[in-house]
Design a protein around this ligand. Structure first.
Ligand SMILES: NC(=O)c1ccc[n+]([C@@H]2O[C@H](COP(=O)([O-])OP(=O)(O)OC[C@H]3O[C@@H](n4cnc5c(N)ncnc54)[C@H](O)[C@@H]3O)[C@@H](O)[C@H]2O)c1
Length: 379
């Protein structure tokens, strides 16, 4: 990496309200610690007093393109609505910057493929904001799987039981949208709030490369006026043949933190990724986390330091997102008909059957099945 003129890499944050506020706080800390220089913040909305204080001498501009062209940052951190990710990340890469891009990296496979091509062409680094991948609990679980602590992995399950009220779905124009202004958004429980769990389960299976997914089956439901699903199950067959089943809802009145479970012939591992907690036949443990911006900077300074979430490694997740994008509109369900949702959700994850296959009255979505297109030719 070419360091910024003052020695430390220079950074622009794009998207400073919403989740970007946390990035601003973190970047301000790293700036104060001398790890980087925060030189710009782009957001069409003005910064409030607290944001201006955090930004310090960094320039605020409404337009990311104008700001990036003017200040030529080494790194751009992007925390904007999902349907803007691809264009903004392409802009940053083509301006010669490395990128930390919030999850999900792209709403569909088409955007993802263009982004990956640009990242490879430019030779820049792109890290995706799946922060749970920075948890040492994930590394430890992967190590135990490789060491055979669980025996042969037979099945991976993900359950997510959160509650999101109407305010969540109306917080911004893109929330809960499948499309906005003719562009795919692909928001929804599987593709956004629980994206971490989906992506983690697929990474733990270890099916990487350019065709990590064999097939996706899913059923999706919505209890709200929003067009996207808030409750869904998906069964993924990975390239290694492992069934990965996911059941998630944003309609659980008594929320439970999400769980990734790896079912092996010799035992089960339970990963509570939001809490960095791991429970396996080898024992229970809580682990530290590595910050993804710091990891990216460490990787740039020393390529021997592995990048924790390279864009290419999020292909499997994006293939699942593509299946969601292509699937029919979610089936409308009355919230009060979702009796036994916690138990049903758990049954999906443990049995590998979708909600629609459990014989419950409300789960009437048609079966939807998606297989990925062949990967583009390389070279
Ligand atoms: N990693 C996580 O756990 C996590 C959690 C929440 C959100 N996110 C991600 O963060 C991103 C933002 O989500 P949010 O809920 O904060 O959205 P939001 O709509 O609340 O905020 C987005 C911000 O981006 C700004 N913005 C919009 N278009 C822009 C543009 N073209 N250039 C510059 N700024 C622009 C908006 O003004 C706003 O400040 C999404 O990708 C979301 O998936 C990640």
């Amino acid at each position: 990496m070419t360091p910024g003129r003052a020695g430390q890499p220079s950074v622009v944050l794009v998207g400073a309200h919403g989740y970007g506020r946390g990035h601003l706080e973190r970047l301000a800390c790293l700036h104060a610690a001398g790890r980087l220089r925060l030189i710009g913040v782009a957001d069409p909305r003005p910064l409030d007093a607290a944001q201006r204080a955090l930004a310090g001498a960094a320039v605020h501009h409404r337009d990311p393109a104008a700001l990036i062209a003017t200040v030529e940052p080494d790194l751009v951190v992007i925390a904007t609505p999902v349907h803007t990710h691809v264009d903004l990340a392409l802009l940053a890469l083509r301006a010669g910057a490395h990128v930390l891009l919030e999850k999900p990296p792209a709403p569909t496979l088409d955007g993802f493929t263009r982004l990956l091509a640009a990242q490879r062409d430019t030779g820049r680094v792109c890290q995706v904001g799946f922060q749970a991948f920075g948890s040492a609990a994930v590394g430890e679980l992967a190590r135990q799987i490789r060491a055979g602590v669980l025996g042969q992995v037979r099945h991976i399950g993900v359950t997510g039981l959160w509650w999101r009220d109407d305010g969540y779905w109306s917080r911004s124009a893109w929330a809960g949208r499948r499309w906005l202004d003719g562009r795919p958004v692909n928001d929804g429980a599987l593709t956004n709030p629980f994206a971490h769990g989906v992506a983690l389960a697929l990474r733990l299976d270890g099916s990487g490369g350019d065709q990590p997914i064999g097939e996706v089956e899913l059923d999706t439901y919505r209890t709200r006026a929003a067009e996207a699903h808030d409750t869904a199950s998906a069964r993924v067959r990975t390239a290694l043949g492992t069934p990965v089943t996911v059941a998630v809802t944003l309609c659980a009145p008594e929320p439970v933190e999400p769980v990734v479970e790896v079912f092996g012939s010799a035992g089960t591992a339970v990963l509570r990724y939001t809490e960095d907690r791991l429970c396996t036949p080898a024992g229970d443990s809580t682990h530290p986390r590595t910050d993804l911006v710091e990891n990216l900077l460490d990787h740039l300074a020393d390529p021997e330091v592995p990048l924790l979430v390279p864009l290419a490694d999020t292909l499997a997740f994006t293939q699942v997102a593509e299946a969601v994008h292509r699937s029919p509109a979610p089936v409308a369900v009355a919230q009060d008909s979702l009796a036994d949702l916690p138990a049903l959700t758990r049954r999906v994850a443990t049995t590998g059957r979708l909600y629609r296959e459990l014989g419950v009255g409300w789960a009437r979505a048609e079966a939807y099945r998606w297989t990925p297109p062949p990967p583009p030719p390389t070279g």
